[in-house]
Write a protein that binds this ligand. Sequence first.
Ligand SMILES: Nc1ncnc2c1ncn2[C@@H]1O[C@H](COP(=O)(O)OP(=O)(O)O)[C@@H](O)[C@H]1O
Ligand SMILES: [Mg+2]
Ligand SMILES: [Zn+2]
Length: 254
Amino acid sequence: MADSNCPKCGGIGFLILERDGVTAATRCSCAQEGRAERVENAAGIPPLYRNSSTENFLLPADNPIARNSLGSVLLQVRAFVREFPLTEKPGLLFVGDPGTGKTHLAVAVLRALIAKGYDGMFYDYQRLLDQIRQGYDKTSESVDREALRNALECEVLLLDDLGAHRVTDWVEDTVTSIITHRCNNRKPTIATTNLPDPDAGGTIQEKAAGSVGGYTSRITLAERVGMRARSRLFEMCKIIKMPAVEDYRIRRKA
Ligand SMILES: Nc1ncnc2c1ncn2[C@@H]1O[C@H](COP(=O)(O)OP(=O)(O)O)[C@@H](O)[C@H]1O
Ligand SMILES: [Mg+2]
Ligand SMILES: [Zn+2]
């Protein structure tokens, strides 16, 4: 059955091809039975998030301010999915503290875009870098570059927990080249990060433990991924700042 929202065929389920004056109809990918399910199964989404959607993203009932700001995040996320690929920017960057629902929403977007007919992949940032490095470390001729190729070329890339890795020049160069390539080619990228950034409204100072009135600086996104990757990300992505809500995992237990 064709997808009535399919961006490729407009919902009719097939595409008209023309070559040398001959026209032919071909079945659109949206009409292939089980396509979305197959793409989703191959996308590498961790089990915990397999069902994440905007429908099962709950707003806190007891805190009107948090409810409001999280509600506005949800509206922005839904608008992105609805307008895609004609969104102002091709990607989203979720910035906020752990447990605020960044990965949940990022996966919700990925799954919705897969359902719309696009192909997408989930990559945990640290695991992606490990896989790319293993690809290079291999001495064999057939070096496994699949992870790097996917990160560069897949239609929609979800990069989860950006910057959760110690910094080395190698990491910085690899991340910069992935992000630059995707940015230059306007390839949709969805990312999440716990790291603060002054332009995303993050506090980069925090009270130092045990000292009275002392502050320490938190490590920023730019320090972890490099200035260049960080500025390309901001060019390419609409920034979604997660409000300071209580960690959902704690909230749920209460
Ligand atoms: N508002 C919410 N409604 C429903 N589930 C949520 C919500 N926020 C977070 N969760 C769930 O709580 C867990 C932690 O959220 P997660 O998205 O991993 O947070 P983050 O990526 O910001 O650290 C996940 O299982 C997620 O599905
Ligand atoms: Mg997360
Ligand atoms: Zn179609």
